[in-house]
Design a protein around this ligand. Sequence first.
Ligand code: IVH
Length: 708
Amino acid sequence: MTTSPAVPAAAAALEDASAYAAAVETATKAAAAYYASGESPLDDDAYDRLVRGIDAYEQAHPDETAPDSPTGKVAGGAVVGDVPHTVPMLSLDNVFSAEQLVSWAASVERRIGRPVEQWSVEPKLDGLAIAARYEDGRLVRLITRGDGSAGEDVSHAIGTIVGLPDRLAEPVTLEVRGEVLMTNEQFEHANTVRSEHGGPPFANPRNGAAGTLRAKDRAYTVEMTFFGYGALPLPASGATLAADMGEWPHSRLMTHVAHLGVHTAETTAVAPRTLATVTEVQSRIEEIGALRPELAFGIDGIVIKADHAADQAAAGSGSRAPRWAIAYKLPAVEKVTTLLDVEWNVGRTGAIAPRAVLRPVEIDGSTVTYATLHNPADITRRDLRIGDQVMVYKAGDIIPRIEAPVAHLRTGDEKPIVFPEVCPQCGSDIDTSEQRWRCVRGRNCRLVASVSYAAGRDQLDIEGLGATRVVQLVDAGLVSDFADLFTLTREQLLALERMGETSTDNLLAAIDGARNQPLSRVFCALGVRGTGRSMSRRIARHFATMDHIRAADAEALQQVEGIGVEKARTVVAELCELAPLIDRLTAAGVNMTEPGAIPPAETAAAAEDGDGGGAPLPAADAGPLDGMTVVVTGAMTGALEKLSRNQMNELIERAGGKSSSSVSKRTSLLVAGEGAGSKREKAEQLGTRTVTPDEFAGLLSGFLDQNA
Ligand code: IVH
């Protein structure tokens, strides 16, 4: 597998002095906007192209270099802030290919006159640089990079940044440097909270971090995460670090920083590595590139540093960037494309959501054709029009989103976006009282879809109840929600077209069997907004019975892994709306308990009854996979052949394990069947234990017999 580098497009061609002056103005404005708010009218590629064009013009006309030219300046010359840095906060030069990397490494070795002792290879985190000053182990000041020699004081953000503790493990005085960003989850959460406060969503995690870092008086707080990538001693006021800290290799320094309690990339799948040769560096670059789509946070490249202090000192630094480090850029995750149309889709719950149809664009190895548009108010706020050139952001598991129209590319032919006046699904009125529009019929609007979903293989698994049959039942007035399925009579079914005695009896038997599905599947069948199959399983295992789930308030729901403040509120509201349906399901004899799970009150009581010493509880789910995270890939064979992926995940969780869909450092076991591809490769790279479906069945043998 090769990591396609971010091949830079040709530099902008600047033909004369006025084109040059215009380019300098555009680039400096873009840099100022980017460093002030994180929002730029140009995407990274366009900005790079422009600056390279400016650079080429200056090389050819050295006398004409404008004083405000962005070339050779940290942050493109965008000056912010007034707190001086003790040591300049430099930027990094870029390479875009393996060849460029090799020649850069050779140039470093030529300059220092010997081979570099070892290289440190680490992720280039896509956020904002920040300096965190600790005095005697206490966090006293946070400063942005600014122009590299002075930055802005953003100490008000202390306490909102995960990974930057108020106090270090030792009372040392030092400055930690690193990147503040929003993880994908923090980003999605921040946008939910902002929407609820009527604010516009952040366009991408980087903007989210930039805006949040500067915001002082918001009615709400959202979290960010810090990743340290450097440290330096400060004039000490008390106990200090080892006197020779300045001579430590970068890697040792960073291990120490992590030991002090600061978050670094060390705990991630793309942890820094020290490597002896450029060939090894190159293969680690490829590994990091391959891991990128599954990371929980954004990276825009890989940083390669000479690890030893003596090598760094010998290589030295320029005014903008050190000569001992380089950024190997990965392809941009933001691209400009055309907004072709807007579709209005009605979800199973009756929510009406606009979706952008885009001219297909390749972003980080996948083709993006659709992007979320959040809600109608957001379209208005951003003044989007059909035919606009729009910046699209797509990274990791984040749903592709439109950041903004590129207004200066408008031709005048763009057309307004037409909002629906009635529900596009059923023609009923639309409830527009909230930002998220909804059909007044709510779930009933998409009755066929919601009943088919409930009957589906991963929910109640009612064989013989496909969408066509559901349409028939709905049209005949026999079903107005899926609880009605359980009261269907033989006569009613026989009266339907194409329903003979055998299919009727089979369907009735299948419906009857569905009464015994575990709670996790019944809960999933409800289609509660914000919960899918794996979340439904977690909720069911945590609460054990539907009564316990219904009795839970938002706080209790947050005890379930993956449920935050907003999701908890949504689930509570949804369960309230679904109460009549749940009551009717219960009355129809549908099972409302999760086999093997213990309700939270009883687990708490068991803890109190125990030895009183707070010893860990005997886990309800102690099983052969206790504490393991298991990923399944490829086709299952042998005893497991008939199991769907969802059933495999259910089995893993019943056996005490955690199921996951992607291989990472945290994966304990990969079950790789025939046709396994990239997941097997990644497991090999990470040294993850891998077994065949047969070996896995063997591991579970006793358990399978009891739990078949
Ligand atoms: S080292 C003197 N390491 O990338 C060395 N920078 O484009 C300067 N960045 O200003 C920085 N991850 O904000 C370094 N692992 C990493 C990094 C990293 C992200 C940022 C940093 C820097 C910018 C340059």
